[in-house]
Design a protein around this ligand. Structure first.
Ligand code: NDP
Ligand code: 8X3
Length: 257
């Protein structure tokens, strides 16, 4: 399917995978609606995309956890932007890496509110229009953490298992509506993910990727684009994309330096 002229919503577009998705879809001629909390970052990306690809871009500050704000934003989108063809549910984060009995419940709330409730807030706001039009595609960014659990990953893994369950459940509920549902589930990708997980401890974040050839955000964006460009009769339900140097969540090959 051609992407040119399609309207694509990307949550969490201010960094990492979401930012790379914005660039990848714009390069194919999509009109991009970029959402995240950091407005300056979004504005910079929007300007870059407009200049490089000449496509329409709308960048708006939106916290996916804020259900009222999400409903109001999608409820008042004007004609040109209201018919959304593709939703990339990418906004998400990990907070902390601690055994369950030592975990910080505030970190847990933030992960559950963003990765599960946030994804649901946006999906619930966008799907009725897709179903009414009989066409659309929701692409959830899951994770290898939605297929396995790893030590101290407890709540993050639980949120990504929830995303996997929701992808499958949405696929069933939307059967016959013309709306497709996919998930792209990466292994480790070098982004701001670890810096966020470790509350800004950059040294600890850098160590995660040391000597290890992690995926780049662009690799994941290509996989998302692959899902979005299948012909209408074909759907990628789950696409697991791993670094060649990662066999499973905690089975990594690191080169000595
Ligand atoms: P980054 O931290 O680089 O980017 C996360 C993005 O999510 C940012 O744009 C951030 O923007 C946005 N975001 C976070 N919270 C909210 C919120 N409440 N409302 C709106 N936007 C929000 O991480 P990644 O690019 O790596 O992560 C993207 C997705 O990929 C996540 O769902 C993550 O779980 C998943 N993933 C990541 C992997 C990795 O190894 N990096 C592997 C597998 C999956 P802002 O702060 O401006 O709001
Ligand atoms: C992010 C990858 O392995 O840290 O989803 O869970 S991992």
């Amino acid at each position: 399917m051609k992407i040119e002229g399609k309207t694509v919503v990307i949550t969490g577009a201010s960094a990492g995978i979401g930012r790379a998705c914005g660039k990848a879809f714009a390069a194919e001629g999509a009109r991009c609606l970029l959402l995240a909390r950091r407005g300056e970052r979004l504005a910079e990306l929007a300007a870059e995309i407009r200049e490089r690809h000449g496509v329409e871009v709308l960048d708006t500050v939106l916290d996916v956890r804020d259900r009222r704000a999400v409903e109001s934003f999608f409820g008042t989108l004007d004609g040109g932007w209201a018919a959304i063809d593709i939703l990339v549910n990418n906004a998400g984060l990990a907070r902390g890496l601690a055994p369950i009995h030592e975990g910080d419940p505030c970190d847990w709330d933030e992960m559950i509110d963003t990765n599960v409730r946030g994804l649901l807030n946006v999906t619930r706001a966008v799907l009725p229009g897709m179903v009414r039009r009989g066409a659309g595609h929701v692409i959830n960014i899951g994770s290898i953490a939605g297929h396995e659990v790893y030590p101290s990953g407890n709540v993050y893994c639980a949120t990504k298992h929830a995303v996997a369950a929701l992808t499958r459940a949405m696929g069933i509920d939307l059967l016959g509506t013309g709306v497709r549902v996919s998930s792209v589930d990466p292994g480790m990708v070098e982004t701001e993910f670890s810096a966020v997980r470790f509350h800004g401890d950059e040294a600890r974040a850098r160590a995660v990727y040391e000597g290890f050839a992690a995926l780049r955000p662009e690799d994941v964006a290509e996989a998302v684009l692959f899902c979005a460009t299948r012909p209408p009769h074909a759907n990628v339900r789950e696409l697991i994309l791993m670094p060649s140097a990662q066999a499973a969540a905690v089975h990594l090959h690191r080169e000595a330096r």
